[in-house]
Ligand binder design. Structure first.
Ligand code: MN
Ligand code: MN
Length: 469
């Protein structure tokens, strides 16, 4: 049957809001499913920012990237990386054009919401030993009760030796847990406000319950736990002070759905964008402008840290690259470079959830399987605190994506005045760069088991590759 006049006009005049699967070939969908296999492995193995930065460093090395310090001179096509301590990493490929003409940067964050151990975490109450935690990032605290937890981190001992700890990931490892009250005694708890169901100071992780056999010792269970930790890691209680230890869900990433179209995991936010951006830079051979993939820490707490996006690290590295490659380098070269640069702020957004339709505006939401999600602006209450991508830049990006067969969609986080949030986009805007948020929509964002679509993950990767080339 031939197309009717109005069918034709519909295609010409209206935005195509079909499910992404209906817009692409079968081959493309197969590639999308395959792409997530390695991603799931990465998610299951890398649950802290240090583990992510280390993973990306090792993979970069395997793919011919060298530490920036190893280069005396940089030539177009040269692949480099530089770490900001152990918690952030910048990976790049030098372009044909001068740095002063700008770089193309994709930025994602590798920290995720979790529970951090307090500096003095170990205590005993009623013959049970616990770790005290301070939650990190925006969580619904009650979601962290009664799930298996693992402990990841580093402890720096007084001789400077760094001890790396992972307990709860191996099948033979024990796991840890925060208890909840049984429903039979939960009347008071269940009639309260959700945010008060579990106060932050009750996020105490059970560590052990066997006492040492000595009446003269006052904290018998605590001592036994410390003896076991000392035996295994050579640490004493004092060493917790100089430690970064994180409590995270102990399970692996899994396929969700009988059609296996979705991935359920801890830490999609924002490792899904970090992983896809990294995969893109591995293939950004000989770009016109220098391609950069910057994977940062501390986004979940406002980026205000030396390893977060507000630190001078990014600007300093762009200046260093300019200095290494420009014989006419002077004190404005680096600033010019930043003003001419463009950025995709690669971060997740909320996917429309029919179970909670009341907080979304259907016309301006992003959907599972709708492709990579663009957000022109974020913020809250009258776009407060947002950086908004300019119309010219949005057009440039969307045209490029469409031309290269990337399925994309555009939306806001939720209904006006329903809430809101921000990303690292604003910190690139401060540098004078054009920037837009571009990432993967999630269900159950910031929960211990977030859901992403394999199709959208693959489209994010394709979008990032298109942007860098
Ligand atoms: Mn995020
Ligand atoms: Mn987040």
């Amino acid at each position: 049957m031939s197309e009717s006049k109005f069918e034709k006009l519909e295609k010409e005049l209206l935005l195509d809001r079909r499910n992404g699967f209906e817009k692409t070939e079968h081959k493309e969908n197969e590639a999308a499913f395959k792409f997530s296999e390695d991603y799931k492995k990465f998610l299951s193995e890398c649950k802290t920012e240090r583990e992510c930065a280390f993973y990306f460093e090792e993979e970069a090395k395997k793919n011919g990237f060298k530490e920036l310090g190893e280069y005396k001179t940089l030539l177009p096509g040269d692949k480099f990386y530089i770490k900001n301590t152990e918690k952030a990493i910048l990976i790049g490929v030098l372009g044909e054009k001068a740095i002063s003409e700008g770089v193309c940067c994709i930025a994602a964050h590798i920290d995720s919401p979790r529970l951090d151990l307090k500096p003095n975490p170990l205590y005993e109450d009623s013959d049970i030993a616990y770790f005290k935690t301070h939650y990190y990032g925006g969580i619904k605290k009650f979601q962290w009760l009664t799930i298996p937890l693992a402990i990841h981190g580093v402890i720096v001992k007084k001789d400077g030796e760094k001890v790396r700890i992972t307990i709860g990931e191996d099948e033979n490892d024990p796991v840890f847990c925060i208890s909840d009250i049984l429903p039979h005694l939960g009347n008071a708890q269940m009639s309260g406000e959700a945010r008060k169901i579990i106060p932050g100071e009750k996020l105490n992780v059970i560590i052990g319950s066997v006492p040492v056999d000595d009446e003269k010792v006052s904290k018998k269970v605590k001592l036994n736990v410390m003896m076991l930790l000392n035996e295994k890691y050579g640490i004493t209680e004092k060493d917790f002070v100089s430690a970064d230890i994180e409590v995270v869900p102990a399970y692996k990433a899994r396929d969700i759905g009988i059609d296996r179209s979705l991935v359920g995991s801890y830490g999609h936010d924002d490792r899904v964008c970090a992983y896809t951006a990294f995969k893109a830079i591995l293939e950004a051979n000989a770009p016109q402008k220098t391609a950069i993939c910057y994977l940062v820490d501390k986004e979940e707490t406002g980026s205000s840290d030396s390893t977060g996006m507000q630190s001078a690290f990014f600007g300093n590295i762009v200046a260093l690259l300019a200095k290494m490659t420009d014989e006419n380098y002077d004190d404005v070269t680096a600033r010019k470079a930043l003003m001419n640069s463009e950025c995709l702020s690669a971060d997740v957004t909320a996917a429309y959830d029919p179970n909670f339709a009341e907080v979304f505006e259907a016309n301006n939401s992003t959907y599972l399987n709708g492709g990579v999600a663009l957000m022109k602006y974020s913020g809250a209450r009258g776009k407060s605190g947002t950086s908004e991508a300019q119309a010219e830049f949005v057009e440039k990006i969307t045209s490029k994506l469409t031309k290269n067969g990337v399925i994309w969609q555009v939306g806001e986080l939720g209904k006006v005045d329903e809430g809101g949030g921000g990303t690292v986009a604003q910190f690139f805007a401060i540098l004078g760069m054009n920037v837009i948020d571009c990432g993967v929509p999630l269900l159950s964002m910031h929960s211990p088991f977030e859901i992403a679509s394999k199709f959208d993950i693959y489209m994010a990767y394709k979008a990032y590759l298109t942007f860098l080339r």
